[in-house]
Write a protein that binds this ligand. Structure first.
Ligand SMILES: Cc1cc2nc3c(=O)[nH]c(=O)nc-3n(C[C@H](O)[C@H](O)[C@H](O)COP(=O)(O)OP(=O)(O)OC[C@H]3O[C@@H](n4cnc5c(N)ncnc54)[C@H](O)[C@@H]3O)c2cc1C
Length: 382
């Protein structure tokens, strides 16, 4: 077992860190304050293959291994979690299901534009009555000749306001709640597809999370991913991969908060000494660093399981559960170490604190991760 990063992973981290600090660092706070999606940075990310991280090279992607992928999301999120979110959702739950379940024809049609970032991907499962319970999806797709006609509303769609291609979960067999959902690849210019108001969120404010509406939205049968009724299977596989991305995002936010707290603790003087000389503050820093190290090990272990080709769902769930919780704890302590200034928008830790919380909610809440982990534990023979 080798705990040292290999040269490839060191190179990826250095390159992404430099890019993120140069291009996003000076504007990340403003993007959050203005709820602005930075198209000018996206333009620069396109040729660098940020949108084709796990797409095969034959379709224009970078074909990264999972640890390189996690490092990329971690480093982007360390500077701007909202842009880390855009990239991870696009790659892991937008593009990856097509890589894994698409036909040769579908891959040829959809993957190059996703890999090049000309189309930003979105994943549309959640609805007003279908959150943790994906079986509650009410959006439906009715077969009409060779086509399907989709009607329904999706909520909380990451990248919703900027997406060019959305994976839509819709019921095709209303008689069968569990196996009745299917997935459709729908281009944003399709008649009947429209974007709702951008959500006014606590964090991730630079990502245009929105509702998407489908009104008699007609797509060809060639836009069906997998077979009719494969929705749950595709959704769960996408979320296993997605959870690696969210764990990486959470870790990146926590790392940023820790770095800021360490620096501030050495600079801030009280009682005639730097606050880092107080044992309590040292204990906080030690705990934060230990948790981040532990989370990183869990995350890279999930990546190794994925790349070995075996099942990795419970490992990804453990990484997401732990990394999101540690991000909440670490950002909370980072605010505490900054005292009143940590509660002010003048300091970035206030943004990290707001951004961290949602990593415990999306792509399966922490309660759902525990269900995934427990199900795997209980299904093992004793
Ligand atoms: C910023 C943001 C971005 C998002 N992006 C997307 C996206 O791109 N695509 C998408 O499809 N969705 C997205 N979502 C939606 C997100 O995935 C859901 O919010 C999440 O799955 C939880 O669903 P819910 O909000 O309906 O909560 P609910 O499912 O109503 O849960 C409420 C509470 O009950 C708990 N709970 C529910 N069922 C159980 C159970 N069986 N046992 C124990 N506890 C339970 C939950 O854990 C939670 O604590 C996003 C959400 C946010 C906030």
């Amino acid at each position: 077992m080798d705990f040292n990063p290999c040269m490839k992973h060191k190179v990826v981290r250095k390159a992404v860190r430099e890019f993120a600090e140069t291009e996003l660092g000076p504007i990340a706070g403003d993007l959050d304050r203005e709820s602005r999606f930075p198209w000018e940075v996206i333009e620069k990310m396109r040729p660098l293959n940020f949108f084709g991280l796990q797409i095969p090279k034959s379709y224009g992607g970078a074909d990264f291994d999972s640890i390189s992928y996690a490092i990329t999301i971690e480093e982007l999120s360390r500077v701007s979690a909202a842009i880390g979110l855009c990239v991870t959702v696009h790659n892991s739950v937008g593009a990856y299901p097509i890589v894994r379940f698409g036909t040769a024809e579908q891959k040829k049609r959809f993957l190059p534009a996703l890999a090049g970032g000309e189309r930003i991907g979105a994943f549309c499962l959640s609805e007003a009555n279908a959150g943790s319970d994906a079986g509650g999806v009410e959006t439906h797709a009715v077969k009409d000749g060779d086509a399907y006609v989709i009607n329904g509303t999706k909520i909380f769609v990451t990248n919703g306001g900027v997406c060019g291609l959305a994976l839509i979960f819709a019921v095709t067999d209303p008689e069968n709640a569990k196996s009745g959902a299917s997935v459709f690849m729908v281009e944003a210019e399709t008649p009947g597809f429209s974007v709702g108001e951008i959500e006014d969120l606590c964090g991730m404010r630079a990502n245009p999370v929105s509702s998407l509406f489908f009104e008699d939205c007609r797509v060809s049968g060639t836009h069906l991913l997998g077979r009719p009724g494969d929705g749950l299977r595709i959704g769960l596989a996408a979320l296993d991969t997605g959870r690696i991305g969210i764990a990486a995002q959470a870790l990146g936010i926590a790392q940023a908060a820790f770095d800021a707290a360490l620096k501030y603790s050495k600079e801030r003087q009280q009682f005639g000494r730097s606050i880092s000389s107080f044992q309590t503050i040292q204990n906080y820093l030690a705990d934060m660093s230990t948790e981040i190290d532990a989370g990183r090990l869990l995350l890279y272990r999930a990546c190794a399981f994925k790349d070995s080709g075996g099942p990795f769902g419970p490992e990804a769930a453990k990484a997401k559960l732990y990394c999101s919780a540690l991000a909440t704890r670490v950002t909370n302590l980072a605010v505490q170490i900054h005292g009143g200034y940590g509660y002010s928008k003048e300091y970035d830790v206030e943004r990290y604190f707001r951004d961290a919380k949602v990593t415990e909610i999306y792509e399966g809440t922490s309660e759902v991760q525990r269900m995934v982990i427990a199900r795997a534990l209980l299904s093992r023979p004793t």
